[in-house]
Design a binder for this molecule. Structure first.
Ligand code: FAD
Length: 395
């Protein structure tokens, strides 16, 4: 049997890539450094551009029962909760070919993992950290770090789907001076039991609240019993935390935001979170290229982005689809398939990275600029605001 294509990382990007490669008739070996494949405690909005691809990979039956389809996104003024625009989502299937959905991360990850494990052409190994590698003459030799020691593996290609701090990226592009840099923004994340949230915020809708220098996004998950809340704050880097995960309780986080004068309902929602986890956000410069020979990058490893368009995982899924499709060209070698995958994806991914960054600045405006923004959003209305993202969602 010929060597497989190795995928470093079993995140959403790596697992979707394995499914997409298998559909194109390729064998995939997914190597994950963690001892267990799991995503804990947070939600994912999966926009139609990614939902269409997941359905096309045959995942609809597994995903539909664990998805929640919000009926609308409410854009709110943070200081009083006024709804500036209500973006109706109920016609998403007709407009974009797939619904807007939200998932508990663990549910999406499990659906992808089970689909991968069920496929004859895919093998998934945990406790396997991809280290350095050599490539040439049609073979990639890589060092894999396991609890038993370092093993050598051979592959016909290597896909670095190993996230923001990608080791594959570091070895592929050793001269790029592009270590992740703090984006000046911190996310605080918590899951709030719905019964503890103010009643008007329990609807099956997504909400975005804008405050000067901060914004909050929340939506219900699973059967609506829990609300995923993300608070994003512009702030300088914190010095003292080291590698420990910083956590605050609800009243502590709410107090730290009082200077922004959030609406009472919003404050109550934040207070109801028992344990808020701190998540500093990082950026890396866009790459001019992300493939060399039989090695390529995918997802956050190739193009990490701030999450303000909720497109990081969606773009990883788009990458995965394009990667598999590149092998459907008649007689494509790994090298030509990787080059054509990169060509198909690099411009769009960079555009989404930049648009995400701009979106964050827009949400965080203060003073007269915020007033002008709010008037513009009201004037555009829900349909106009959705139309602004047509380039992201369209078929
Ligand atoms: C606050 C926040 C909210 C977000 N919300 C959304 C959203 O609503 N919708 C959306 O589309 N995106 C969202 N994103 C972005 C999204 O989380 C990421 O873009 C997405 O998870 C990237 O997937 P990935 O598979 O590329 O990388 P990752 O999910 O980071 O997976 C990388 C995997 O590789 C493994 N790994 C690392 N190094 C190695 C190695 N050397 N060898 C083997 N394995 C390795 C890791 O353990 C991990 O399992 C959000 C991000 C944040 C921070």
């Amino acid at each position: 049997m010929s060597a497989p294509i190795v995928i470093a990382g079993a995140g959403v990007g790596g697992l979707t890539a394995a499914l997409s490669l298998a559909r194109a008739g390729k064998r995939a070996l997914v190597l994950e450094r963690a001892p267990k494949i799991e995503e804990v405690g947070a939600g994912f909005q999966i926009a139609p551009n990614a939902g269409r691809i997941l359905a096309g990979l045959g995942l609809e039956e597994a995903l539909a029962p664990v998805a929640l389809e919000p009926q609308a996104i409410n854009i709110r003024r943070g200081r009083d909760g006024a709804i500036l625009a209500r973006l109706g989502l109920s016609d998403s299937r007709a407009r974009w070919g797939a619904p807007f959905r939200v998932y508990h991360r663990a549910d999406l990850q499990q659906a992808l993992l089970q689909a991968a494990l069920a496929h004859d052409a895919i093998e998934v190994r945990v406790n396997s950290r991809v280290g350095d590698f050599d490539d040439g003459a049609g073979v990639v030799r890589l060092r894999v770090h396991t609890p038993e020691g370092v093993e050598e593996a051979e592959a016909i290609g290597l896909v670095g789907a190993d996230g923001l701090r990608s080791a594959v990226r570091g070895h592929l592009l050793p001269t790029e001076r592009d270590a992740p840099i703090y984006a000046g923004l911190t996310a605080w994340r918590a899951l709030v039991p719905a019964e503890l949230a103010p009643a008007p915020l329990r609807a099956r809708e997504s909400n975005l609240w804008m405050l000067p220098g901060a914004h909050v996004v929340h939506y219900p998950l699973r059967d609506g019993g829990v609300i995923n809340v993300v608070v994003i704050v512009s702030e300088p880097p914190r010095q003292s935390e080291g590698s420990a995960i910083l956590s605050l309780d609800g009243p502590e986080l709410a107090r730290s935001l009082d200077r922004l004068r959030p609406a009472d309902e919003l404050r109550a929602l934040i207070e109801a979170g028992a344990a808020w986890r701190h998540w500093p956000l990082f950026a890396r410069p866009s790459l001019q290229r992300w493939s060399r020979g039989a090695v390529t990058l995918l997802g956050d490893a190739a193009h990490p982005m701030v999450p303000f368009l909720a497109q990081g995982a969606a773009q990883a899924i788009e990458d995965a689809e394009a990667l598999g499709r590149a092998f459907l060209q008649l007689g494509a070698s790994v090298e030509t398939a990787f080059a054509s995958y990169e060509k198909r994806r690099i411009v769009r991914a960079a555009k989404v990275v930049h648009a995400s960054r701009r979106q964050g600045a827009y949400f965080h405006l203060g003073g007269a600029s915020a007033l002008a923004r709010d008037l513009a959003i009201r004037a555009l209305g829900g349909r106009g605001m959705l139309a602004r993202n047509a380039w992201l969602y369209r078929k």
